[in-house]
Design a protein around this ligand. Structure first.
Ligand SMILES: O=C(O)c1cc(C(=O)O)c2c(n1)C(=O)C(=O)c1cc(C(=O)O)[nH]c1-2
Length: 583
């Protein structure tokens, strides 16, 4: 990955789905900038031939662009010297039975590159290595435990290549899948290590004496003793988000998802280590530190959102190398990324009401824990009781749509949801491969606000403050891009690609053929800067359109909340590539 790091440091390329190991989604390119972005024009377009939600974005390595699609996960290599002529196409054969076990649309967040190979993590959990030049299969391995998907496991996340390994997660928290992160040898696909999100220390790759939580060793059986009996075996904590890597510390960072089921009364205890930020040694998988954000989740606030690594953020006068994480639960966390020390935990949307604060007093027995407001506790209110007015909704103040960080402004640019919910837990029994959800939801725009369902915000992670907030009608479900041209890009669910300046003033918008849930990407080719975005409405927010659902509580409650989307856009997978002709 030395090779990968040097490729990534050349901003002409976009070699990993996250832009760089630090997940900053910042580009040093500035030929397109705040002065000329108004002249942005479409250079060329490409249809993926697939409907439903298009997440992630293309990779650009030299003269070749690699574009992926949702199920059936077609991958194209396009020739940038020839307006995107197809060099090769790979279409895996997958059992379509995987479609109904994907909770939130048939999305895929992108392919990874390393060692001359393109790594595709398919919906059916097959990890396949393709020769980057020819598209031929070098090796393929099944990450899930069964071949036919009968356990409810699926794959949506983008792999990450670190040194001689490729790292993948697993989806299926709504099916009682016990989450894990797995490293495969890049050379032959042999499993190198697997770290479960819950279970015995040996399976979690936890050292009870050395692995810490808020500065203290976690002690023996830290996970299993926070569950009743062997409930941890179907405990969720899936790992379907983004992964980052600090080469200096050799640590991988990621978060774990919700504990299964969504009915909290069925799983007393803290349900460790669901909803947890994990820092693991890249070679061995051993956990260095953990931090559980939402003990005993009662709202489905998965902790999987990206961990952005920022250097020299000044906290109480001291520059710190930190990890910044915008959680579904509505708190943005700043932690020391070496030790896991909690530095800042503040709400990044004023609507957040399920908790008053995260306790920062190290001497308190509540240290690091959110203080839950009784009336929004779905567990306290109990089964078959509809708890109303909880903010944020289950899809969080932010879901998987990644934020960007500009080292120039030292600000984070964050796509957010401004959505609340009613949540009614019900008793559910576990059957392998069947939904294990246990709650009925409805969602709506945050009340007493601007009426919209989203904001695009700038965030100061040292102070824990919103710097500016730009209202949007729908949740911003697209990943952001910040550049040295003093502009920030994002997409909207209606289908607009937007550019704003560092103060949030809109400088440009263009309506692409379908809603945007992809991540904005930039690259340079032949001396010109380009901006690329996948359209194709879907994901959890767009599941009504993507899966043709109409009943409000369908799509785990998102269908009703986002019903108005159908007035603005329709399905369709397309890549649009923009440039400013005169740079
Ligand atoms: O628990 C899980 O395993 C799991 C998986 C996924 C996924 O793989 O897409 C999502 C979620 N949960 C989830 O909670 C969620 O909000 C979500 C949104 C999306 C999306 O792509 O829009 N996927 C998922």
């Amino acid at each position: 990955s030395d090779d990968l790091q040097s490729l990534a440091s050349d901003s002409k390329n976009w070699v990993m789905p996250t832009g760089d190991y630090a997940n900053t989604r910042y580009s040093k390119l500035n030929k397109i900038n705040k002065d000329n972005v108004k002249d942005l024009q479409v250079a060329w377009t490409f249809s993926t031939g697939v409907l439903r939600g298009h997440e992630g974005g293309p990779l650009i390595i030299g003269d070749v662009m690699y574009v992926h699609a949702p199920f059936p996960n077609t991958v194209y290599a396009l020739d940038l010297n020839n307006d995107g002529k197809i060099l090769w196409k790979y279409e895996p054969k997958q059992d379509s039975n995987v479609i109904p076990i994907m909770c939130c649309d048939t999305v895929n967040r992108g392919v990874a590159y390393g060692d001359g190979k393109i790594f595709l993590y398919q919906a059916d959990t097959t990890l396949v290595a393709l020769d980057a030049k020819t598209g031929e299969v070098a090796w393929s391995v099944k990450n899930g435990s069964t071949v036919d998907g009968s356990t409810g496991e699926s794959g949506t996340s983008a792999p990450m290549v670190v040194k001689d390994k490729v790292i993948v997660g697993i989806s299926g928290g709504e099916f009682g899948v016990r989450g894990h992160l797995t490293a495969y040898n890049i050379a032959d696909g042999k499993q190198a290590w697997r770290a479960y999100s819950m279970g015995p220390d040996s399976e979690m790759l936890i050292d009870p004496e050395k692995t810490t939580h808020l500065g203290k060793p976690v002690g023996a059986d830290s996970a299993t003793k926070t569950w009743e009996g062997d409930q941890w075996k179907i405990g969720g904590g899936t790992t379907w988000g983004w992964y980052s890597y600090d080469p200096k510390l050799n640590l991988i960072y990621y978060g774990t998802g919700n504990p299964s089921t969504w009915n909290p009364s069925q799983r007393p205890g803290d349900n460790r280590w669901s909803m947890t930020i994990m820092a693991r040694d890249a070679d061995t998988g051993m956990a260095k530190w953990l931090y559980q954000m939402t003990p005993h989740d009662e709202w489905d606030y998965d902790g999987v959102n990206e961990m952005i690594l920022a250097d020299g953020i000044e906290i109480e006068g001291q520059p710190r190398d930190v990890l910044v994480h915008f959680d579904r639960n509505g708190f943005a966390y700043t932690l020391d990324r070496d030790t896991g020390e909690l530095l800042v935990a503040k709400k990044f949307d004023p609507a957040v009401n399920w908790a008053t604060e995260v306790v920062m007093d190290k001497d308190s027995d509540q240290y690091g824990r959110p203080q839950v407001v009784d009336k929004y506790s779905t567990g306290t209110n109990g089964e078959d009781v509809n708890t109303t007015g909880i903010c944020p909704a289950a899809l969080g103040t932010k879901d998987q749509q990644p934020a960007a960080y500009s080292p120039k402004t030292k600000l984070f640019y964050v796509p957010t949801n401004h959505v609340c919910m009613d949540y009614e837990p019900y008793r559910v029994s576990y059957t392998a491969g069947q939904p294990y959800v246990g709650a009925t939801l409805s969602m709506y725009p945050a009340p007493d606000s601007h009426g919209g369902m989203g904001n695009f915000i700038a965030w100061d992670a040292a102070k824990g403050e919103i710097v500016w907030s730009k209202p949007e009608q729908f949740s911003v479900w697209s990943g952001a891009l910040a550049t040295d041209g003093d502009i920030v890009f994002y997409g909207t669910l209606e289908g607009y690609l937007k550019a704003v300046d560092n103060d949030g003033n809109e400088l440009y918008k263009f309506k692409t053929p379908s809603g945007i849930i992809g991540n904005v990407t930039t690259y340079e080719h032949d001396g010109k800067q380009y901006v690329a975005i996948l359209s194709g409405v879907g994901g959890w927010a767009g599941i009504g359109l993507a899966a043709g659902l109409t009943k409000g509580t369908e799509g785990l409650g998102a269908v009703g909340g986002y019903a108005a989307l159908s007035d603005y856009t329709a399905l369709g997978g397309q890549l649009t590539v923009f440039t400013v002709p005169d740079q």
